[in-house]
Design a protein around this ligand. Structure first.
Ligand code: PLP
Length: 413
């Protein structure tokens, strides 16, 4: 993320007050929200942007000559420019609005994959990927005869970079890798991965779902070919996401969905595609979501993001130290480079039961396989309990989480 020129101080109480849901009660207890890897809470500025859009602007975009339509178009396209700046893309032509990370990856698999990958070509992913970055490549394999290869992780949940490099070859046409694992919190060395992959002539898709909310992303510096993320994990509404792709790739790729907005001319004999990025945006987009996403990016630009990242790091360190005090607790994911996720199991205890008992005490965590079943298999567990942090969490949240956990373990133990 680009740093604002003047950094305000990181005032956690002021920040928490910006998120109305954090001040509410769940099950008659003050909410402790630790399910940020699933989705983040929204600041008032984002909620207000949605209300303002529907109360004062609502109209369809790109097609109308009337004032409201033009205003809505200006704001929606303004959001695209904000996204471009946020990830430092060269042009708004490279910013495709999607429903989220899942849709972005499917777009690449179906458009780029089906067009440019041949039977026997290899797609290389990591063992810790989210299902969204596994299943589309399996579908491509099943319809087009491509080969899906998987680079292993070690016992800490880190990608085995040597094994990854060994699996790369001129047959590798695409590497698809998460920048941060949602199940483990591992930060992958994507710059190095991209360098290695490009040296073999492979394109690289980065799944940025879990990274964008925790630190700056610069797609130009990374030199990735594709970068997908979801607004809702970045303090923006659900239903809006982004696929960044290099313009030359988008130019060469065919549209994956047909309909309004993605065409320039249509006759029954022939249809001419619209220019970038609209070629990939068939139908009415999530206009309010785009405007809400811009409001979220504006909000983040007003934060000292470096201080926010330090604060999150402190929370993770603190929570990790406290977890070490609990008999029978095993952390799943102990990578040296890690953000925002404390995934664990407790011997003899069902994670689901833990989640329910924590919820009864107002503490929201995630339990289960976290849409990363192969990771669970790798660690020999059916699922984990996962507390995941955002910059608005506090040490007090962590203390309340561990107090609730101790109580739950007493009941279950
Ligand atoms: N990739 C990762 C690493 C994720 O954590 C998630 C969601 O949890 C996704 C992809 C899918 O995101 P979405 O459901 O917003 O499309």
């Amino acid at each position: 993320m680009n740093q604002p020129t003047q950094l305000p101080t990181f005032d956690i109480e002021r920040i928490r007050a910006d998120f109305p849901l954090l001040g509410t009660q769940v099950n008659d207890k003050p909410l402790v929200y630790l399910d940020n890897a699933a989705t983040t809470q929204k600041p008032r500025a984002v909620i207000a942007a949605l209300v303002r859009y529907y109360e004062t602007l609502n109209a369809n975009v790109h097609r109308g000559v009337h004032t409201l339509s033009q205003r809505a178009t200006d704001e929606f396209e303004g959001a695209r420019e904000a996204v471009r700046g946020f990830i430092n893309a060269a042009s708004t032509r490279e910013i495709v609005f999607t429903r989220g990370t899942t849709e972005g990856i499917n777009l690449v698999a179906q458009s780029y994959g089906r067009t440019f990958l041949r039977a026997g070509d290899e797609v290389l992913i990591g063992e810790a990927e989210h299902h969204a970055n596994i299943v589309p490549w399996q579908q491509l394999r099943d319809t087009h005869g491509t080969v899906l290869k998987v680079a292993p992780i070690n016992d800490a949940g880190e990608l085995d970079l040597a094994a990854f490099a060994e699996q790369l070859s001129p047959r590798t046409k695409l590497v698809a890798i998460g920048q941060v694992s949602n199940a483990l919190g591992t930060v992958n060395p994507v710059a190095e991965i991209i360098r290695l992959a490009h040296a073999q002539g492979a394109k690289v898709l980065v799944d940025g779902a879990q990274s964008v909310g925790h630190g700056p992303v610069d797609v130009t510096a990374l030199d990735c070919d594709f970068f997908a993320f979801s607004g809702h994990k970045l303090f923006a509404p659900t239903g809006i996401g982004v696929l960044y792709a290099k313009a030359e790739l988008l130019e060469a790729m065919p549209p994956w969905q047909g309909g309004g907005d993605m065409i320039r001319t249509v006759s029954f004999e022939h249809t001419e595609w619209n220019e970038l990025p609209f070629k990939f945006e068939a139908g009415t987009p999530d206009i309010a979501g785009g405007i809400g996403l811009k409001a979220a990016l504006d909000y983040l630009a007003g934060l000292d993001f470096a201080a926010a990242a330090r604060h999150e790091h402190d929370l993770l360190q603190y929570a990790t130290a406290r977890a070490a005090e609990i008999t029978g607790l095993r952390l799943i994911g102990t990578a040296k480079e890690k953000v925002a996720v404390l995934s664990f199991v407790v011997a003899g205890i069902n994670s689901q039961d833990l989640g329910v008992l924590l919820d009864s005490q107002g503490v929201a965590i995630r339990t289960g396989h976290h849409c990363a079943m192969p990771v669970m298999t790798r660690f020999g567990v059916a699922g984990t309990a996962r507390a995941s942090f955002a910059f608005y969490n506090t040490r007090e949240d962590v203390d309340r989480f561990f107090a609730a956990l101790a109580k739950a373990l007493e009941i279950l133990g």
